[in-house]
Design a protein around this ligand. Structure first.
Ligand code: PAF
Length: 253
């Protein structure tokens, strides 16, 4: 049975009844896809109990319109999680997670200033703060993050180490559609033509000889390029297509 919880106290009461059981945690913003399901399956394999959170975190959106149009489908998400046999779904309100009205926040001052952090001011403060709150509530043994958001994963790992959190931060490989497009909740916002064209984004990132060449090719093919950057043995890119922002990254050959 999948149990739906809305408050930190409800989970704390449940957690007391699970002594000695390992807890795996998958934080999400809902609009679940196969990428999320891969994280959940891994959590279920590794742990006795799996908790999935669904919370569209307002503090990580630097653009209000992006927050408002972020896809939400709680009913379908609950059906998916129930059929997947997830034990607990944690779906808090903004008031539940931010009693301090975001007056207390976590910020990192090195790797959060490049790529996504540079393009989306305040984004990583919002991500780190909400993940810290969720980890403080759930207190999982292991937490799972997708490598599509590789910079986010690195920052969360760094935060967990810096604050001596007792959870293992586990990265999971990006799940892609058959045409190579990385699965993302935002993909549903692409029109049919844009969705076809989106396949060129990972192809160009993977094959261009340099980051500058990749940026030039993407621009030429009608993408608005935010950045292409080679670092940490990977190539990262962010583009806009029909107003929708897409990010991706891959290990460089
Ligand atoms: O990757 C996401 O979906 C979000 O950034 C996260 C980690 C759930 C925090 O809101």
């Amino acid at each position: 049975m999948t149990r739906l919880l809305h408050t930190a106290n409800q989970w704390r009461e449940m957690r007391k009844q699970l002594p000695g059981r390992t807890i795996g945690f998958v934080p999400t913003m809902g609009a679940l896809h196969q990428g999320h399901m891969a994280l959940i399956q891994r959590a279920q394999t590794d742990n006795d109990v799996t908790v999935v959170s669904i919370f569209v975190n307002p503090t990580q959106f630097n653009d209000k319109t992006d927050y408002q149009r972020y896809p939400r489908n709680d009913e379908r998400d609950m059906e998916l999680l129930t059929s997947q046999g997830v034990d607990f779904v944690f779906m808090p309100s903004v008031e539940e997670l931010y009693p301090d009205k975001y007056s207390i926040r976590i910020s990192e001052s090195e790797i959060s200033n490049i790529m996504e952090g540079r393009s989306r001011p305040g984004h990583f403060d919002g991500v780190l703060t909400v993940v810290m709150k969720l980890l403080g509530i759930i207190r999982p043994h292991r937490s799972y993050f997708g490598e599509k958001d590789y910079q986010q994963y690195l920052l969360i790992k760094k935060m967990a180490e810096a604050f001596f959190l007792e959870t293992q931060i586990i990265p999971c490989a990006t799940v892609r559609d058959s045409d190579g497009v990385a699965l993302s909740s935002r993909n549903v916002l692409l029109g049919p033509e844009e969705r076809l064209k989106a396949a060129r984004f990972p192809q160009i990132l993977a094959t261009a000889p340099t980051a500058d060449d990749a940026a030039a090719q993407l621009q030429q093919e009608g993408f608005t390029v935010d950045y292409v950057c080679d670092t940490w043995g990977r190539r990262f890119g962010a583009v806009r297509l029909g107003g929708i922002r897409l990010i991706d990254n891959m290990v460089m050959a």
